[in-house]
Design a protein around this ligand. Structure first.
Ligand code: TXA
Ligand code: MG
Length: 334
């Protein structure tokens, strides 16, 4: 299959991208499009065959459910039931945006979209392209991140192309995504609510409204099926260094200097010897988040033996960054 890429540069290209995407989605095809978090691979959420194509293209395990994206609050009832009042308060504050909610599923929604679960994850998107596509077809879309399962989520259209060219008919390219990390997922099906996946809507922001909400603590049963898979992984082994930045940069230098010719480094604080291949990103987690996944993909392309990564502080968006880096890591040095 040929993969067409439509780059959005003005209102005309936006219009033609939206109408092409709409045509494909209504015909039961899948389309990659930008959201404010990462690029998503979309299908009509109510078309079981179309949703099946997402699992095939991504090589996604069949037991890992998808997020359903809406553009208007009127679409929520078709997807979810029993939305608690406290969740409505969070919706008012954070939608449209990078917060996804686990609710009881509306039985009308096909089983494949939620991988057979009786719950569903919903998010109202903010990105103008995703919104325009949903509005155009007037149907919610199911969309996981538009990467091959287990790989780093794509923050640019070219990374979607690297993973999925030949497997999907269309990629809409609207440049880099704003937040660069997948949405925060909050479970509203048990009391108190808990955060299953940290993201750019942080625990500090949520606790301002509901101090009792915390991150989900793994008990016996895995709440979010996606949590059990290795994720966000470059092909190159990744070693994550955690602790104070002044210490981790010393450890990274020591490690890299042993093998300067086959090491890549991702860091934010301190200096590295000039011969080491590296990418430096900001120390502040809000500024670093949009750059992290792209940096991992670029370092992976350097094809070194190992990627060394300097850890971030575990507050605010740093929690989400460290969550992804820990899942990507083959080794964590404390
Ligand atoms: O920002 C995002 O959330 C992006 C963009 C495209 O919206 N999407 C995304 O989707 O990251 P995905 O499929 O890569 O991650 C969805 C996560 C998975 O960990 C999945 O297991 C979990 O949400 N999930 C989906 N449905 C669930 C459910 N009913 N209960 C618990 N977890 C669920
Ligand atoms: Mg994903």
């Amino acid at each position: 299959m040929d993969t067409e890429v439509i780059k959005i540069i003005n209102t005309n290209t936006l219009k033609s991208a939206v109408s092409k995407a709409g045509e494909l989605l209504l015909a039961g095809e899948i389309v990659a499009l930008p959201t404010e978090t990462v690029y998503g691979l979309a299908a009509d959420a109510f078309n079981a065959d179309a949703v099946g194509k997402i699992f095939t293209a991504k090589q996604r395990p069949a037991d890992n459910p998808l997020i359903v994206h809406i553009d208007s609050i009127n679409q929520l009832d078709d997807i979810a039931t029993d939305v608690p009042n406290e969740a409505k308060v969070l919706i008012d504050k954070f939608w449209p945006g990078p917060l996804s909610f686990v609710f009881k599923k509306n039985p009308k929604l096909p089983e494949i979209t939620t991988a057979g679960l009786d719950t569903v994850v919903v998010r109202m998107v903010k990105h103008e392209v995703a919104k325009a596509v949903i509005r155009h077809i007037n149907r919610p879309i199911a969309a996981p991140s538009a990467n091959t399962s287990g790989k780093v989520s794509p923050t640019k259209a070219e990374y979607v192309y690297d993973d999925l060219s030949g497997k999907i008919p269309l990629i809409i390219d609207a440049g880099e995504t704003e937040f660069g990390l997948e949405s925060t997922v909050i479970d509203c099906t048990s009391e108190p609510f808990s955060i299953l996946r940290p993201g750019s809507v942080t625990i500090e922001m949520i606790q301002e409204l509901y101090p009792k909400i915390t991150h989900y603590q793994k008990q016996n049963k895995i709440k979010s099926p996606g949590m059990k898979y290795r994720h966000y992984s470059p092909t190159t082994p990744l070693i994550l260094f955690t602790g104070p930045p002044t210490e981790t940069i010393k450890k990274i230098n020591k490690y890299a200097e042993k093998n300067p010719s086959n090491t890549s480094v991702l860091y934010h604080t301190g200096t590295l010897s000039a011969e080491i291949k590296s990418i430096k990103i900001p120390y502040a987690s809000e500024s670093a988040a949009p750059l992290i996944f792209a940096a991992l993909r670029e370092l992976d392309k350097q094809n070194q033996k190992v990627i060394l990564v300097q850890g971030f502080e575990t507050t605010h968006v740093g929690i989400a960054i460290m969550n992804r880096l820990e899942k990507a890591a083959t080794e964590i040095i404390k």
